[in-house]
Design a protein around this ligand. Structure first.
Ligand SMILES: NC(=O)c1ccc[n+]([C@@H]2O[C@H](COP(=O)([O-])OP(=O)(O)OC[C@H]3O[C@@H](n4cnc5c(N)ncnc54)[C@H](OP(=O)(O)O)[C@@H]3O)[C@@H](O)[C@H]2O)c1
Length: 332
């Protein structure tokens, strides 16, 4: 069968832009034993893809011209050569930027079709949600009374992490984001106590003033000066989840890290987070988060584009930090 896919059009040596990609048509083979033919219903666009295209994501390199762009997606099974799956089932898997794909059944995760839109399984119920849950629950061990600061708070990881901290009993949750529109979302929709725009003058003082007794948990999606400032305001024995490095993904010269004296003086606990370690919990987390959504304790926002051809421009928007919420492409 004929399928459309988006591949890398030229070497990518800087922050990716839409012109780095091109659409092409291919002939898909019939699925063999243990494989599934799926029609893509939704694609997830995530910051790690930008790093992967430049060979900077945990050693993965998929940026050579002509290569299919990687990405998680939701697929509807059209044909199954595996006993565990049937046509019509919905799965989450590494599909890549294409409208149809052959997927190995052993890599597919069945998703609950009653939880819609299906793109939820790529965001708040999917990898970013699990990242937030695992980091807040297992790493920071958020608990009653915690005062929490979260960077990139308008995104699916940060926004979900703050709400989960609240579910665990945090008494103060403050976000950091890059525009008034994002800050309004963080306060009004995600229910954070406050959001500080780090692109406005005086943001460092605002962080200090928001935490007169210090920060118990800092969730870092950014690195650099934000991390330094948060550490300076950390409470004694504060916990720091190191989740992302948004300020450094596309710079050539990465700055030196914070002075270790900051960690020592604060007796800080630092946790490097890699969501892959927690994939075994995905199904349990999704069920728990679906209940939180139903109970009105957890909410989400999606930044949606329609159709495979829209993926490059939608990805450029994410890379520029202009996304509001979880970036997805729907192919319905
Ligand atoms: N450790 C793990 O296993 C794991 C898993 C998933 C995601 N992550 C990381 O978690 C972070 C958040 O992911 P997400 O999916 O929720 O993405 P996201 O927050 O929706 O998107 C990234 C955001 O980073 C911010 N940003 C971009 N450039 C920046 C810069 N130069 N300085 C400061 N902030 C910048 C922008 O928000 P502002 O406008 O607010 O700055 C942008 O919207 C990412 O860094 C991602 O790589 C890690």
């Amino acid at each position: 069968m004929r399928a459309q896919q988006i591949v890398v059009a030229r070497p990518i040596n800087a922050q990716p832009v839409a012109a780095d990609f091109r659409l092409e048509e291919i002939e898909l083979p019939a699925p063999e034993a243990g494989e599934l033919l799926v029609r893509t219903r939704a694609l997830s666009l995530d910051p790690y893809v930008g790093s992967t295209l430049r060979g900077r994501h945990m050693g993965h390199d998929s940026g050579a011209p002509g290569t299919l762009v990687v990405g998680l997606g939701i697929g509807e099974i059209l044909e199954s050569q595996d006993g565990d799956f049937s046509p019509g089932d919905l799965i989450a898997a590494e599909i890549g930027w294409r409208d149809h794909a052959i997927v190995k059944a052993e890599t597919a995760r069945r998703v609950d079709a009653t939880l819609t839109p299906l793109s939820l399984h790529l965001g708040v119920l999917g990898m970013p949600g699990l990242t937030a849950y695992a980091g807040m629950t297992h790493r920071a061990k958020a608990r009653a009374g915690d005062k929490v600061l979260i960077s990139s708070a308008a995104g699916p990881v940060g926004g979900t992490a703050g709400q989960i901290a609240r579910i665990h009993g945090a008494t103060k949750v403050v976000g950091i984001a890059g525009s008034p529109e994002k800050c309004a979302l963080v306060e009004d929709k995600y229910g954070f106590d406050q959001c500080i725009n780090y692109k406005e003058e005086g943001w460092q003082d605002k962080i200090a003033n928001a935490f007169p007794e210090g920060i118990d948990v800092y969730w870092d999606n950014v690195g650099g000066e934000l991390l330094n400032t948060a550490l300076t305001n950390l409470a004694l024995y504060g916990r720091v989840v190191l989740c992302g490095l948004a300020s450094q993904y596309h710079v050539d010269d990465r700055p030196a890290g914070p002075n270790p004296g900051l960690y020592i003086g604060k007796r800080a606990e630092l946790y490097g987070l890699v969501v892959y370690d927690f994939y075994g919990e995905q199904a349990d987390y999704a069920a728990k988060a679906a209940q939180w959504i139903a109970d009105g304790k957890l909410t989400y926002v999606e930044d949606v584009a329609q159709g495979l051809v829209a993926a490059p421009a939608q990805f450029e928007k994410l890379m520029r930090g202009e996304n509001i919420g979880k970036t997805v492409v729907r192919l319905d």
